[in-house]
Ligand binder design. Structure first.
Ligand code: XIL
Length: 387
């Protein structure tokens, strides 16, 4: 198997060396996710900073065996890449693009413009005064151009704007919105359309896409862009979901409403929070965090009782029944992480909690939820729905 370090050093040869490691799946006895879901949608996972700075990280085995698409957890966000004016930290983003190209994986540029993990300097001049609309738009264009020049040949799908719409359908009062105005998202897509290669797919991405106000506003926005000739190529539903929320019906309703605009749906950040969030749902990263304690962290040793494991598998099966039913409208389903060990839900919204959110456990083994999805996909193959 070719590892990350080699991937970077052999980058110029990557076209001829791509996919030299096809045998891994054959060495394993279990089915692979990407084979089970072939012809339905791409299946993705997130590479985090630990993986991107350790070419021997054990997650690479699972990625190469089971996944056909990758997203960077943090390495391509504005802050981590460009923490100060003129200071660029590109090692992890470069490693991500080199690895994905070398492995022949679909790659997502996550994310060009987001109110979170964007440093204050972006919105200020050298004296700390707020930028003008024109100056901020120029700064956004500069970032899009840099991304296009450095990664545009290999990364073909971009989360252009992340989370600019509130649950009630209003524009989020972010610094982008305050300086640019209500057309921030439209301007961002115009910039992306002009700066990224013509074959780049441009996505709008958000959480809690089953909120009535938000989904209506997203549909209206996509239609508005289409009428104005502003390119938009997909709608990203993050999919940071809980054990009972949102309901399968609401997920289905959003997929149908979004698909009606004519662009495909991407499930971009799927995880299911087994332990739950008492006080809210969704993935609003702006909320404060609390500390883990005995009450909110019941499986601190990482071992889940069998009945909980089953409950978790049932919920994944419920979600995938909807996704598989509408696979003709869905281009990709990406999990936000690889194993439970690297899920962000161990840190958010409760710091230091041992959470269970993904298909592989802390020993890198497939969980019952994994097998349920594989079974369901096989069944959907043999019993196609009327649609
Ligand atoms: C998360 C990362 O996984 C964490 O490591 C980081 O501390 C916060 O951001 N919505 C998004 C993702 O679009 O970028 C977020 O990722 C999770 C919520």
């Amino acid at each position: 198997m070719i590892r990350l370090k080699q991937a970077i050093t052999t980058l110029s040869l990557s076209a001829s060396l791509a996919i030299a490691s096809g045998s891994l799946a054959e060495q394993r006895s279990e089915p692979t996710l990407k084979e089970a879901l072939e012809g339905k949608f791409l299946v993705g996972a997130t590479l985090n900073g630990w993986m991107l700075s350790d070419s021997d990280h054990p997650a690479y085995d699972l990625i190469e065996t089971h996944f056909s698409s990758i997203s960077p957890a943090n390495s391509m966000k504005w802050g981590p890449m460009n923490p100060q004016p003129g200071e660029y930290k590109l090692e992890q983003a470069d490693a991500f693009a080199a690895y994905g190209a070398q492995q022949g994986l679909d790659m997502i540029g996550h994310t060009l413009f987001w109110h979170s993990q964007t440093p204050n300097w972006v919105f200020e001049d050298s004296e700390g005064n707020p930028l003008t609309r024109e100056a901020l738009l120029a700064r956004m264009r500069e970032r899009a151009r840099m991304m296009a020049e450095r990664y545009g040949d290999r990364i073909k799908t971009w989360d252009v704007v992340n989370e600019s719409i509130e649950g009630d359908g209003s524009w989020r009062k972010s610094k982008f919105q305050q300086i640019i105005g209500d057309d921030f998202t439209e301007q961002a897509f115009r910039i992306a359309m002009e700066e990224l290669p013509a074959d780049a797919k441009l996505l709008y991405n958000d959480y809690s896409m089953t909120d009535e106000g938000r989904r209506k506003a997203v549909v209206a926005m996509v239609k508005d862009f289409q009428e104005k000739g502003v390119r938009i190529d997909g709608i990203g539903m993050q999919g940071h979901w809980g054990m009972s929320y949102p309901s399968a019906q609401e997920i289905e309703k959003s997929i149908l409403m979004f698909a009606e605009t004519g662009v495909p749906v991407h499930i971009t950040e799927l995880d299911i929070d087994l332990l739950g969030r008492d006080h809210f749902f969704g993935a609003n990263v702006d909320i404060g965090r609390i500390q883990a304690n005995e009450e909110n962290n019941p499986y601190a040793d990482g071992k889940l009782p069998a009945e909980e494991e089953e409950r978790f598998a049932d919920r994944y099966a419920e979600v995938f029944a909807v996704l598989l039913k509408h696979s003709d409208k869905i281009e990709r389903v990406t999990f936000w992480g690889v194993t439970d060990e690297d899920s962000w839900l161990n840190f958010w919204p409760v710091r230091g909690r041992t959470n269970f959110a993904l298909l592989f456990d802390r020993d890198y083994q497939p969980k019952p939820a994994f097998y349920r999805i594989v079974e369901l996909a096989a069944k959907t193959n043999s019993e196609p729905t009327a649609e």
